[in-house]
Write a protein that binds this ligand. Structure first.
Ligand code: MG
Ligand code: ZN
Length: 218
């Protein structure tokens, strides 16, 4: 009983800080996404090829969340965008306060798009609003097509589903149509992109969607 009470208090405080982050980003005219997935779905790779695709079209910044190391932030920084790494030291999700602090440390001058890469975890990031405009959930073809049914909360709270590693489809044996059906049965409003960083499939379409959203924010 007391555990539930404490958790509720934590989430209420988180929501309050998230609302502040959202107001701050809106005032700056920045569209923001919170990218979530299981570990290994290819979030960082998607970010890398997306940043290349966005280059010269929209100015982006990235907040990287990881349990340990700044390896992913190093990969992102090579693409010449403002990048801040949050290391949670064991924490399994980002929260609004961590993002609030990261926002103080990142240069947002002229930025129209903020991409937050969450810690690889499909469970608790669903409950922690960071102040983003939308959550983007990534599932790769090497995972099961039942993911949306096993982690419905995340798919319910997301606005976008990216099905990644489409190039591995012939070997993975996943039924992509069933994955999409399962996802839409949980959340019919999901916008779906099929991508591969290796072949470039879907990256242009997904990038165009981001550009459209970022243009609305200005
Ligand atoms: Mg990563
Ligand atoms: Zn967690």
């Amino acid at each position: 009983m007391s555990i539930i009470t404490i958790e509720k208090k934590v989430l209420a405080k988180n929501d309050e800080i998230a609302a502040g982050n959202r107001e701050h980003l809106r005032k700056l005219g920045i569209f923001s996404v919170n990218v979530v997935s299981s570990p290994g779905s290819g979030k960082t790779s998607i970010l890398e090829c997306t940043l290349e695709s966005l280059r010269g079209k929209v100015s982006a910044a990235v907040i990287e969340g990881d349990v340990q190391t700044d390896l992913d932030a190093q990969r992102i920084a090579r693409h010449h965008v403002p990048t801040v790494q949050i290391v949670t030291r064991g924490g399994c999700h980002l929260d609004a306060l961590l993002v609030h602090d990261a926002l103080q440390r990142i240069s947002l001058d002229g930025v129209a798009l903020l991409i937050i890469e969450n810690v690889g975890n499909l469970v608790c990031p669903a409950n922690y609003d960071l102040g983003e405009d939308t959550k983007v959930v990534v599932v790769s073809t090497t995972e099961g097509d039942d993911k949306p049914l096993k982690y419905p909360e995340m798919f319910l709270r997301a606005g976008v589903l990216i099905i990644n590693k489409m190039d591995l489809l012939p070997y993975a044996g996943i039924d992509v149509a069933r994955l999409e059906r399962n996802a839409l049965s949980v959340n019919p409003r999901l916008r779906i992109f099929r991508t591969s960083c290796r072949t470039g499939e879907g990256i242009g379409e997904w990038s165009d969607w981001l550009i459209g959203q970022a243009a609305k924010g200005i």
